[in-house]
Design a protein around this ligand. Sequence first.
Ligand SMILES: NC(=O)c1ccc[n+]([C@@H]2O[C@H](COP(=O)([O-])OP(=O)(O)OC[C@H]3O[C@@H](n4cnc5c(N)ncnc54)[C@H](O)[C@@H]3O)[C@@H](O)[C@H]2O)c1
Ligand SMILES: [Zn+2]
Ligand SMILES: [Zn+2]
Length: 383
Amino acid sequence: MELTGQVIRCKAAVAWESGKPLSIEEVEVDPPKTHEVRIKVCAAGVCHTDREYLYETGKQMRFSPFPLVLGHEAAGIVESVGPEVTNFSPGDKVIPLFLPYCGECERCQSPKTNLCRRNWTNSQMGVLADGTSRISCKGQQIHQFLGVGSFSQYTVVSDTSLAKIRPDAPLDKVCLLGCGVATGYGAAVKTGKVEKDSSCAVFGLGAVGLAAIMGCKVAMAKKIIAVDINPDKFEKAKLFGATECVNPSDYDKPIQDVLVEMTNGGVDYALECVGNPAIMSVALESTTEGWGTCVISGWTETDTMTVKVEKILMGRILKGTYFGGWKSALEVPQLVDDYMNKKLKLDEFITHNCQLDQINDAFDLLKRGTSICAVVKPEEAAL
Ligand SMILES: NC(=O)c1ccc[n+]([C@@H]2O[C@H](COP(=O)([O-])OP(=O)(O)OC[C@H]3O[C@@H](n4cnc5c(N)ncnc54)[C@H](O)[C@@H]3O)[C@@H](O)[C@H]2O)c1
Ligand SMILES: [Zn+2]
Ligand SMILES: [Zn+2]
């Protein structure tokens, strides 16, 4: 059936309000407007941030208001393009992006940052460039989380928030490069710039932390210490390259002291992948004086981190990373190539595959720490 220019009726998981499970609804997805692309979502990863927003931080409504279609880590196929779209055609395989890359602004032109601010405020508020979303349900506008909204069979995104990827890429795997895995991997190799033969500590062994371990290994770090309070995560950590695993609950002294002892003065790189401000301070204090670098990936909206001034005076470096420092549309296709060339692992992150109507179970698995990455396939037939 020819859908171009038509409203598409399809299924989506709608978050009607904060703190309540998602509800599968029939929604209407409008055709793309100028500089927009409508995509069929073939695979959507369930990120910690989606769950966190629904059940915790979303109450403050700093971002996309409810009702809302969550999901910001996905891969799909272009269904149709709006006026003035030049880089995409129907049938292209794509990864939607919660961080844009316009290629033109001062930030995009600078090698120092990936933080393109094109449509920033709108996408943070869950709408596209004209201030509205393309998804509606029962006559009501449904916001698109971070300008994406991928827990839907179809969605519409800005053409600066979309990466075209190679046609042979398996969408149910490369969807993970839309957020968590790209973030952790980039925290190590791009933002942290982990060096050969260095020592590293990675705090938190979810998708982000395991990807950070993978980055440390690709960078040929000599010592990679994985830290988590859930020892069930250690087996996977070793698979991704951890040389040692440490559970803070096994010690009666602060874990930073344990790590400093293990490395004769502190690690060269500490990567915080939990999202807890206390652990961010611990990570910084685990690094060596002189040059120790702490990179924060964990996301918290309103919390404050405490930094002992003396730690910074003694030459330590504190950095944060958003989407692993990658210039999104420009560099995500290269990450897909790295996966296809077996430089990056992706399959090993996937612990669960499920249908759209099992999405609340996928959130529960993440909360219980029993899943690393769950991949939802809104449109099974498309794969
Ligand atoms: N910066 C970005 O662009 C970006 C992108 C994606 C995710 N994030 C954030 O990164 C963080 C990690 O995401 P994830 O999907 O890997 O989460 P996750 O929930 O799957 O993993 C977090 C891990 O931290 C562990 N943990 C909890 N408390 C701990 C403690 N006190 N010490 C050590 N380990 C502890 C948990 O057991 C779990 O294994 C989240 O805050 C998420 O919102 C940031
Ligand atoms: Zn830009
Ligand atoms: Zn995410």
